[in-house]
Design a protein around this ligand. Structure first.
Ligand code: FAD
Length: 563
């Protein structure tokens, strides 16, 4: 065994920053060369930088929990949150239709009335239910059954629909299939189908962004990892990138440390795993070492769908365009009836009933709504994102994970050899053509001016971030995997803590960060969420290195790898 440490961390850096700031001796081990996981940034040709997983973040206003988390470790002056378009941070566009989702529940009501003039009563019911449930939501109070009961009590008469799938709620409220289809596409932002996503989770999404605002970190998504890394290093923590953890070692049922893929063993009394939750238990611990009932629970977990990402460098100036995201619906066919919507979900979104990958890909490229947005537009001051007069545009959508449809079945994904397979390349080409189509719908004139393009598939996600079935949002947000039914920070194995997108604090950047603070709180035995909500600080900002105006978070975090 190597040197003894108090705490070892696998992956995400946020919680480790809190542990280090709380005075714990901390080592962060990351398998990739760059910190950040799904939220990292990558560079191309020395002139482009693409954001993988930070497109909009909520709770970043003066009273927001994200602001409190940054302040708690001395990062509030370093991470500046740029507000997106207040009148429409999301715009749902379809032939002959546009619905802007603005910040503010009253403004959202007006926007809904404008978009659906023929069904005002159903729309008013929809707004009322989502607002009641949404405003009753507390991001940090979903971990226990009692917390969920408090949420339901605050939601009043909205509570009856909280556990109902969102799609069924839209039907129950009397919305037309067309309105329901348009309103259901935002469930893609949590990589979940409206037929399984509980209404409460969708209302929480609306509260996050409509209720608290939509923001993007100045300097790009890598600012977060760079900030957390600075806190860890300044407080005596150690960071090792490009090192894979192959085992979490136990001694008499308790955590004793980790073993790295190169065989090195490191002793520690506490291990915090942000690796994919299924892989944490199946690969790093081993199912046979879990208590019997918990083993059954792990075997029954269901992952969310992959959210694939097309990255486009485009010779177009978007500075006069709205600073918001687009959900682009190419055609209304699936909205003919609730029945046709259900079969669209089953077949196109889930890939059922297709004989070949290209057949599925052609169908999804023609019919599937996609999420289109521009990181360089969100932060025009970030000159590393795109050359002057150019833009980065990212197009995302949920897909089946099935390797057979994607053409990488039979490959060891870690080797990357699948990327030359002709079937895989054919499917990618079809999917990217569909993305170009949706991009043109959102940003007219853009699709013919692409100078650089790449597609991250479910295989890419598994290869680079190690997610089960290429699912960056972790466990699916179905009723049986929501709130207290999701894994917590504490686990049945003494000394093992789990954090990240699959935990009770919910998916996405905010949930992952909150899980990290809560895990740190459990480890040090202090109410850290209460502490930061009161405005207190754990870290001494004066110990952090100076960041000048031109601070480059990508090079700074990459440099950790070369140290
Ligand atoms: C296309 C896309 C768009 C998104 N858009 C948004 C958005 O707009 N807003 C939002 O809030 N969220 C968004 N997300 C989600 C957000 O990026 C994720 O929820 C978040 O990054 C999850 O963080 P995490 O810490 O749980 O895990 P991950 O990001 O999965 O990080 C896990 C880390 O652990 C490392 N690791 C895994 N196994 C090992 C091992 N054995 N040894 C060492 N290290 C290991 C991985 O390399 C990785 O760095 C998006 C994600 C994607 C993919």
């Amino acid at each position: 065994m190597g040197r003894n440490r108090d705490r070892l961390g696998v992956g995400w850096v946020g919680g480790r920053a809190y542990l280090a700031a709380a005075g714990r001796k901390t080592l962060l081990v990351e398998r990739y060369t760059t910190l950040g996981g799904s939220s990292h940034v990558f560079a191309r040709r020395g002139r482009w930088e693409f954001d993988c997983g930070v497109h909009y973040v909520s709770h970043c206003g003066p009273d927001g929990i994200v602001t409190a988390m940054m302040r708690g470790i001395g990062l509030e002056d370093r991470i500046t949150w740029l507000p997106m378009d207040q009148t429409g941070f999301d715009r749902i566009i379809a032939p002959g239709f546009e619905l802007a989702t603005p910040v503010g529940w009253d403004a959202y009501r007006e926007s809904l009335f404008d978009a659906f003039p023929g069904e005002q009563r159903a729309v008013a019911r929809f707004h009322d239910v989502m607002r009641r449930i949404g405003e009753a939501h507390d991001r940090n109070d979903m971990v226990t059954t009692a917390g969920m009961a408090r949420w339901a009590a605050r939601a009043g008469r909205g509570a009856t629909l909280m556990a109902v799938p969102y799609g069924a709620t839209l039907a129950a409220l009397g919305l037309s299939p067309r309105a329901a289809y348009a309103l259901s596409v935002q469930s893609g932002a949590v990589a979940c189908s409206p037929t399984v996503l509980p209404t409460a989770a969708m209302a929480a999404f609306f509260q996050d962004y409509v209720g608290t605002g939509s923001y993007y970190p100045k300097g790009g998504g890598q600012m977060l990892a760079a900030g957390f890394a600075a806190v860890i290093s300044a407080h005596g923590g150690e960071i090792r990138t490009g090192r894979e953890v192959s085992e979490i070692t136990l001694d008499a049922g308790q955590v004793s440390g980790i073993r790295l893929a190169d065989g090195e063993a490191l002793a520690a009394s506490t291990v915090v795993s942000d690796a994919d939750i299924v892989k944490t238990y199946t690969d790093l611990i081993g199912l046979s070492r879990l208590p019997r009932l918990f083993r059954r629970r792990v075997a029954g977990w269901k992952m969310s769908q992959p959210l694939i990402n097309g990255f486009f460098g485009v010779d177009i100036d978007l500075s006069e365009r709205s600073n918001g995201n687009y959900f682009a619906i190419p055609e209304w066919g699936p909205a003919d009836s609730y029945r046709s919507m259900a079969s669209f979900g089953r077949n196109t979104l889930n890939g059922k009933g297709f004989d070949s990958g290209p057949e599925w890909a052609r169908d999804m490229a023609r019919r599937q709504p996609m999420f289109v947005q521009s990181s360089s537009r969100r932060d025009p001051s970030n000159h590393r994102a795109a050359p002057p007069g150019h833009a980065t545009i990212e197009v995302q959508t949920v897909t089946p994970a099935d390797p057979r449809l994607w053409g990488f079945d039979g490959y060891d994904v870690a080797s990357g050899e699948y990327s030359d397979d002709t079937a895989y390349r054919e499917v990618k080409k079809i999917v990217m053509d569909g993305m170009l189509d949706r991009m043109e719908q959102a940003f007219p004139g853009s699709s013919s001016k692409v100078v650089l393009s790449e597609l991250g598939t479910p295989a890419t996600q598994t290869r680079f971030v190690n997610n089960t079935a290429g699912a960056p949002f972790g466990l699916q947000l179905r009723l049986s995997q929501t709130g207290p039914m999701r894994p917590r920070d504490t686990t049945p194995i003494p000394g093992l803590f789990t954090v990240g997108t699959s935990t009770a604090w919910g998916p996405g950047t905010v949930g992952s960060m909150l899980s990290g603070v809560n895990a740190a709180a459990s480890i040090v035995g202090r109410d850290l969420v209460g502490l930061i909500r009161r405005g207190d600080r754990l870290a001494d900002a004066s110990t952090l290195p100076t960041w000048n105006e031109d601070f480059d978070p990508f090079s700074t975090t990459r440099a950790l790898h070369r140290r």
